[in-house]
Design a protein around this ligand. Structure first.
Ligand SMILES: [Fe+2]
Length: 322
C-alpha cells in the first residue's frame, strides 16, 4: 500500500463523446490479484467497497445567454443531452459544475431560465443529476433562486463507495467558500478514513489559476488544507470555459469545457475575451464537458488505488451557425 502512486486518483482517458469527459470509478476490484486486494482493503477501511460505475461532468450551460459570441444559446446543451442518451452505457450520475443559467437583474426572467435549464436536463436518461451553483446562478441573490429549484448549495453524498462533496464558492457574491462551509467540510470528512476516495465538485477553481480573471477561490487553500490528509482526492470544476488539468500535491484538479462560448488560454492570450473562430463566414464555437467511466486503463494493474477513477477527455465538437 505504501508504494502506491498517489498522483492520480482520477485520470483523463478519453472517449469521443463530443461533449465531455468520461470518468471511471474502480475498474477491476473484483478481478482479484493485487488490485482486487487493494480495493478489498479500502472497502474494509471505508465501510463500503467501491464498485464500478460511470459518471459525467457537464458545465456552464448559461441558459438564457444567446448573444454574440454564442448565438447558439442552448443548442450545445441540448445536443449534450442527446449525446448522453446515446451512450452505450448509461452513466449513474451527472455532475453539473455551475453556471446552469446566465444571470439577469430581472428575477422572473432568471426563474424562467432556471426552469428551462431543468426542462432540458430532465431529458437526460440518467438516474441522478447533482449540481453546484455558478456565480451566474447565485451571485446576485445569494443563492435564493438556486435553492428554490435545487436545494442546498453545498452538501455531500456517497455513491458506490465514493464520497462526493459539492462546494459552493459563488453565492457569497465573491470567490469564497466561507467559514461556515469550511466548518461543515471538516465535520463532513471526520467520519472518513484517510484512504477514502473523494470527489469534490465546485464551480471556481480551488487554486490560483488566474486570479486577474477571477479564476480562483480566496479561501481555496483552506479547503485544500482540510482535504490534505486524504490520499484520494480529485477536484472537478467549471467556470473557466476551457479544459484544464492541474496536479497540486497529490490532488488532481480538472476543469470541464463549457456548453457555451470558450475562454482562451491565459498563458497565451492577455485578454479574457471569449474565443471566436471565423471559418467560411460562420461563427464557430467549441464546447466540451466531462464524462467519467469505469473502464480500466491497460496499465491499471501496475498503478495505484488512487487511479481508480479514470476520467476520459472527450474531444470538443465544433458547432457552426449562420
Ligand atoms: Fe460560466
Amino acid at each position: 500500500m505504501k508504494d502506491v502512486d498517489r498522483r492520480s486518483f482520477l485520470k483523463i482517458a478519453g472517449t469521443s463523446l463530443g461533449i465531455g469527459v468520461l470518468y471511471s470509478a474502480l475498474p477491476k476490484a473484483a478481478a482479484g490479484g493485487a488490485v482486487g486486494e487493494m480495493f478489498s482493503h479500502m472497502g474494509k477501511q471505508n465501510g463500503e467497497k467501491v464498485t464500478p460505475f460511470t459518471f459525467i461532468q457537464l458545465s456552464d450551460a448559461h441558459v438564457g445567454f444567446n448573444g454574440p459570441p454564442d448565438p447558439l444559446g442552448t443548442k450545445a446543451f441540448e445536443r449534450a443531452v442527446e449525446m448522453v442518451n446515446q451512450l452505450p452505457q448509461r452513466p449513474d450520475l451527472v455532475l453539473f459544475t455551475g453556471d446552469l443559467t446566465h444571470d439577469t437583474e430581472d428575477k422572473d426572467v432568471h426563474a424562467r431560465r432556471m426552469k428551462q435549464f431543468m426542462e432540458i436536463s430532465k431529458g437526460m436518461n440518467v438516474p441522478l443529476i447533482k449540481h453546484v451553483p455558478g456565480e451566474h446562478d447565485a451571485g446576485l441573490d445569494g443563492g435564493a433562486l438556486y435553492r428554490d429549484f435545487l436545494g442546498d448549495t453545498y452538501y455531500s453524498f456517497d455513491h458506490r463507495g465514493v464520497h462526493f462533496i459539492a462546494l459552493d464558492n459563488v453565492s457569497r457574491a465573491k470567490p469564497e467558500v466561507g467559514p461556515d462551509q469550511l466548518a461543515w467540510l471538516k465535520r463532513d470528512l471526520a467520519r472518513f478514513p484517510k484512504s477514502a476516495p473523494i470527489v469534490v465538485f465546485t464551480h471556481r477553481p480551488l487554486f490560483d489559476l488566474k486570479p486577474e480573471w477571477e479564476w480562483f477561490t480566496s479561501d481555496g487553500d483552506d479547503v485544500m488544507n482540510i482535504l490534505a490528509p486524504y490520499a484520494n482526492v480529485t477536484v472537478l470544476y467549471g467556470h473557466i470555459h476551457r479544459d484544464d488539468a492541474h496536479e497540486m500535491g497529490h490532488v488532481h484538479h480538472y476543469a470541464a469545457k463549457s456548453l457555451i462560448f470558450a475562454f482562451p488560454d491565459p498563458e497565451k492570450i492577455a485578454d479574457k475575451k471569449p474565443i471566436k473562430t471565423l471559418r467560411e463566414s460562420r461563427w464557430l464555437t467549441r464546447f466540451q464537458s466531462r464524462m467519467w467511466n469505469s473502464r480500466p486503463a491497460s496499465s491499471w494493474a501496475s498503478t495505484a488505488f488512487n487511479r481508480f477513477l479514470k476520467p476520459q477527455v472527450c474531444k470538443g465538437e465544433i458547432w457552426s451557425y449562420q
